[in-house]
Design a protein around this ligand. Sequence first.
Ligand code: B12
Length: 463
Amino acid sequence: MKVALIRNFDECLNSRQVKFMQRRAGVLPHLGLCYIEAALERAGHECTTVDAQAEGLTSEELHARLSHLNPALVGITTTTPGVPGAIEAAKIAKSIGAKVILGGPHTEVFAAENLWHDCIDYVGVGEGVSIMTELADALEADEPIDQIRGLVGRGFSNMAAPMLNLEAMGWPSRKSTDLRLFHSIMAKSPFATMISSRGCPFQCSFCFKQAVDKKSMYRSAEDVVGEMTKLVQDHGVREIMFYDDVFTMKKKRVYEICDLIRKTGLKVRWEAPTRVDLVDPKMLEAMASAGCIRLRFGVESGDEDILRRMRKRADLDEIRDAIVATKAAGIQTFAYFIVGWLGESEEQYLKTLDMACSLPIDYASFYTATPLPGTQLHREAVEEGKIDGEYWQRYIRGEPVDRIDPLVAGAEARSQLAYKKFYLRMRKTPLLMRHLVNPKTFRSVASGLAILLKANSNFVRDI
Ligand code: B12
């Protein structure tokens, strides 16, 4: 069967990233669709992924592309904030006569709500690799589909499709989307993303856990380094970004991966996400000697009380020690921060800003606290009357709703000012110059700087 997979472009009305940073931060491959494409091809179906976001396709161009491909089945991926763009893509797919299924991290919370839209035939909850291969097989053989695990349709609804063994899933397909289409403010192109594990045992209040991520699962060092080697040899990749939830959950596995990289002589820069309480100087040294050039830490806040209310289970000393030890090992540091948390005072915000600017942090992002459905933060925000309990249902149904109100007045301004204070500093000049002299990033960084220069601090005294 001819299948098309789509990640559509989206204005992301409710992005937790301030507008001027949304596309500047980068556009990364959609690994989920890459895994599904590989599985459909192994099952004998003809599959093409159309990454409208990476290609910057207009609706007309997406329509032309789909008319040309003429798929019988179209799978569309989305996060909850990205639903409007996904519905737009579904209307286009429906207009060319395809069966349409919506899937991705979004579908678990409000599966049936998505069927509000006539252009959506089915909703897939959980493991897309099994849902899409079973659905394509059944539709092609004209067999019943209402028993497929994870499939929700009009008149039937099945439990989420459980997570498949990552190693058994095989490696993601890289055939449909040219890696040069992707860009990141940090990574050397061409780069690729990978996941070496799934799941995270921690319960941070802002984090939404998909059905597929409720249990942790790890790939072996052989499987991980094998895929890294293929990306370098077959795709000329110069950098690999891991998008596990926590790369260093199992320290023994990290050492095994680093040992194997050294033993095979694989030469590639790589980076990964982790937690401040899951690194130590010895492991950092092993990672640096195996090509790890950057670690991304979920630091979130510089205030103990906010960290406690985020259920981050990490303290200021752990944050400082991890960042300093990482730098000491010669590894760059990236820190995720969240500003505008429920009840965040100016003092607490200033502590976060001070931490970001005083610790040896190379890159930072300052998201605004966004109460995504199915998160503890959402439950608390509804309880505190900060967001209407029906907001996301109305948003998904496509009713005209405004952007979510910030949980703290001026949250966006706090984020924008934090980017200004963090990046417009002497010690950041070499980084900014590197991007300014690079023809690929010059325009994006120059216009970004212009916006930052306008960011002002009149809402906060003596910054
Ligand atoms: C990598 C990543 C990113 C990357 C790349 C995005 C991408 N995937 O396209 C970047 C940094 C760009 C990103 C951005 C954002 N992200 Co993000 N991201 C992730 C992360 C860390 C890993 C996702 C991943 O690669 N998983 C591994 C692959 C193999 O699986 P998968 O993509 O989840 O897909 C599987 C299933 O979802 C399903 N599936 C997926 N698509 C489809 C389609 C069909 C038809 C079917 C049937 C099934 C299906 O099957 C797939 C295979 O198993 C997750 C955290 C997590 N643990 O999931 C957050 C996560 C998905 N992101 C999230 C969010 C909110 C965002 C942003 C909206 C944040 C913002 N700015 O406000 C933006 C949106 C950007 C955009 N415009 O699309 C939330 C989504 C929550 C929700 N309710 O939707 C998550 C879960 C983080 C969290 N814990 O809260 N993200």
